[in-house]
Design a binder for this molecule. Structure first.
Ligand SMILES: [Zn+2]
Length: 417
């Protein structure tokens, strides 16, 4: 029997408070957090957690927020952590976010008020068709919304409030972790797992209501450096080997119909140039390599090497080198070792009245790195859609379902302990 719980949701009010705080991260910055302003949200969250009664809530020097919801059961229950990231994507401005709520959505296009060229169309966003009658939160069209991942933060905060207000609800020790800089791949660089003290974790950073993800891409970065042969252009005949032209030839020979973000979906990986810079003498090409398997990564990197070698045949006196750096790894193997993590989450999603949908993320999360660091961490939906764009949206009802999922999940871990 599913226990009846009297939810008094305030997740939307929380969400609206958090999204107006600019927390954009900056990949060019070397500090942690990459932008000091992320601590503005960290301070607010810490104050709210403290006023809920979570005495140990604190923001550390790196911009991480930690807090503990004490257990309400004498049983020995594994310590579960719920995690979301505070930063928003560098791809789209997060300054002066002005959210609007489209109440009782009737279907059709949503034209954003401050920039009518920005339209959220069901044709482009089919998930809207499942939102009839719901309250949809969008921006005014001039910024991103930041539902990625402030929806997750608001949901964890609201679930925490519920658990504190309802001590009769039995659960083990629950840890809360809010991270900076996830969007620039540095979300867990300075996390203190010993201090956190969790056995298992869940990120609340997925898309559609009901979704649970136990698999991410594996990811490498590859940098190719080309050294050409420089001579005075007036006396270059038969001598000059132009590094810019070599780099351009490499890009030109990349596969056109496969192996790129724009030609792949589902479980296919890709090889994707993300930067090119250079002059006559030296040029640098940056790539990201993505696949769900280690072998897939190796194949794509080998393909890149073959392309470069082939191009270099035309430039016998030039040299090149490629450096491959691991970025993150598919978390599936780690999570598969603890099947109960996923089973309980699926059960919690059902108890929240949703149909669970298992999928793989064509990207990474804080959870992929946490899993490989020894803290298994699948990803549960937060309800965010069209993230990193001005068309980003989330519905009140989906956020409320996420809050219920968190609470049920905490209870299930206690029941099964
Ligand atoms: Zn996110």
């Amino acid at each position: 029997m599913i226990p009846a719980l009297a939810f008094k949701h305030t997740v939307t009010e929380r969400f609206l408070r958090y999204v107006v705080i600019d927390t954009q991260s900056d990949p060019e910055s070397a500090t942690c957090p990459s932008t000091e302003k992320q601590k503005d949200l960290g301070r607010l969250l810490t104050a709210e957690l403290k006023s809920m009664g979570l005495a140990d809530a604190h923001l550390d020097e790196y911009g991480y927020v930690y807090a503990t919801i004490p257990a309400t059961t004498p049983k020995k229950v594994p310590v579960i952590c719920f995690c979301s990231h505070m930063d928003t994507s560098p791809d789209c401005t997060g300054k002066n976010v002005k959210p609007q709520i489209v109440k009782n959505y009737h279907g059709g296009d949503i034209v954003l008020p401050a920039d009518p060229s920005q339209v959220i169309r069901p044709a482009d966003h089919p998930a809207l068709n499942g939102q009839i009658g719901n309250d949809i939160i969008t921006t005014d069209g001039t910024t991103l919304l930041g539902a990625d991942n402030k929806a997750g933060i608001a949901e964890i905060m609201d679930a925490a409030q519920f658990l504190i207000d309802n001590p009769q609800v039995k659960h083990g020790t629950i840890k809360i972790l809010f991270t900076p800089d996830e969007e620039i791949g540095r979300g867990v660089d300075k996390v203190d797992l010993k201090k956190l003290g969790a056995d298992f974790a869940y990120t609340m950073d997925g898309e559609s209501a009901g979704s649970i993800e136990d698999e991410t891409f594996s990811a490498d970065g590859a940098t190719i450096t080309i050294k050409g042969v420089s001579t005075h252009p007036g006396f270059a005949k038969g001598k000059m080997e132009h590094a810019i032209k070599i780099a351009a030839a490499i890009v030109e020979r990349l596969p056109k119909d496969t192996c790129s973000p724009e030609t792949t979906e589902g479980r296919e990986g890709f090889l994707h140039p993300i930067g090119i810079s250079g002059a006559l003498e030296q040029a640098t090409l940056g790539f990201i390599v993505r696949d769900f398997t280690e072998q897939g990564l190796r194949e794509k990197e080998a393909l890149l090497v073959r392309i470069v070698k082939d191009v270099m045949k035309d430039y016998p006196r030039s040299t090149w080198r490629m450096e491959v750096k691991e970025q993150y790894r598919n978390m599936k193997a780690v999570i598969d070792a603890h099947p109960e993590m996923l089973d309980y989450a699926i059960e919690a999603i059902r108890r929240a009245g949703l149909e669970p949908v298992r999928s793989a993320i064509r990207g990474g999360t804080d959870g992929s790195r946490l899993s490989l660091m020894g803290l298994p961490c699948p990803n549960i939906f937060a309800g965010e859609h069209a993230f990193h764009s001005r068309l980003e949206w989330v519905s009140r009802q989906d956020m409320e379902k996420a809050v219920q999922t968190i609470v049920h999940l905490a209870m299930i871990w206690e029941e099964r302990a």
